[in-house]
Design a protein around this ligand. Structure first.
Ligand code: ZN
Length: 295
């Protein structure tokens, strides 16, 4: 397997942009050597080389959750990530999900689907990890492990979502094509992911690089790359937006101490942080991209 060729556009012109230790798990985990990241000169896609082994098995088993989330219990996932659903629901808009079939690709423990259960006509999870299947079904979601199974079950999505999943996927084109094929004509796909031009990375490159790059992230995108991926899959209309997940205490902490966390800065209140996030998003240096693509 040639891991030095761009997995988006097949160009051979990809040079190493990072060669150093990377994170092997969640915050506080060990750093490991032996990986590089390359940038494709043609489409700007950034990808890991070599690719970690046994990826399917990794996500189907519990190893990923254990390494990156320190636990797999649903309650723990809820405690950690319930708050991330607020902005997802508000960005999409309840009115755009009412009485529709919503399919979440990489649904995890179903936190997003739980939050729209009373609104959507059907909530459908696609989640390779076996650990959550029973829980997802008990919550009233239809649950499948791979997109192919949706087609076999004739599930057609009116809204598709995939939050912070695409950076983990080996065959990105195939993944997006699978979502496109599941969508009804005119259906919307909402996709979010970490983006390369994150303010912390721009301000504190020396401290941040080895934390930013991690074995579970095979891919890094910017607005241009994700647009190319979505256009290749034949999406008609693409709207790029940014989402910054952290407040100003995070960047202050990195600048002061060179590590993650929240610096004490009591004079910065919620109002300040809301404006800070908006500004970071306007300047396109947010931690994440939040993209809408219409079939
Ligand atoms: Zn490329």
């Amino acid at each position: 397997m040639n891991t030095q060729k761009c997995r988006i556009c097949s160009s051979d012109n990809c040079h190493v942009i990072y060669d150093g230790p990377i994170r092997s798990g969640g915050v506080g985990s060990e750093f490991v050597d032996g990986y590089t990241y390359r940038r494709c000169e043609a489409c700007t896609f950034v990808f890991i080389d070599p690719v970690p082994k046994d990826l399917d098995d990794y996500y189907e088993s519990e190893r990923y959750r254990l390494q990156f989330h320190y636990g797999k219990e649903v309650e723990e996932m809820q405690a950690l990530y319930d708050q991330e659903q607020n902005v997802r629901v508000s960005r999409i808009g309840i009115e755009n999900m009412r009485n529709k079939t919503v399919v979440d690709f990489g649904a995890g423990a179903g936190l997003f689907l739980d939050s729209i259960k009373g609104v959507a006509k059907k909530t459908v999870a696609v989640e390779p990890s076996g650990a959550y299947q029973e829980h997802l079904k008990a919550r009233g979601h239809l649950s499948y492990r791979y997109a192919d199974e949706l087609r076999e079950a004739s599930v057609i999505a009116e809204v598709a979502t995939s939050f912070d999943v695409i950076e983990h996927i080996y065959d990105v084109n195939q993944f997006v094509k699978g979502i496109y094929e599941t969508l009804a004509d005119g259906g919307a796909f909402y996709v979010s992911m970490p983006q390369e031009n994150d303010i912390v990375r721009l301000l504190c490159p020396d401290q941040y690089e080895s934390f930013f790059y991690q074995t579970a992230h095979l891919n890094y995108f910017n607005a241009k790359t994700i647009e190319i991926v979505l256009m290749k899959a034949r999406f008609q209309e693409i709207k790029i937006a940014y989402l910054h997940k952290y407040d100003m205490r995070n960047v202050v902490q990195w600048a002061q101490h060179g590590k993650p966390g929240e610096s004490d800065a009591p004079m910065l209140d919620e109002h300040f942080h809301a404006i800070y996030r908006q500004e970071i998003e306007r300047l396109e240096i947010a931690s994440h991209l939040f993209v809408i693509a219409i079939k």
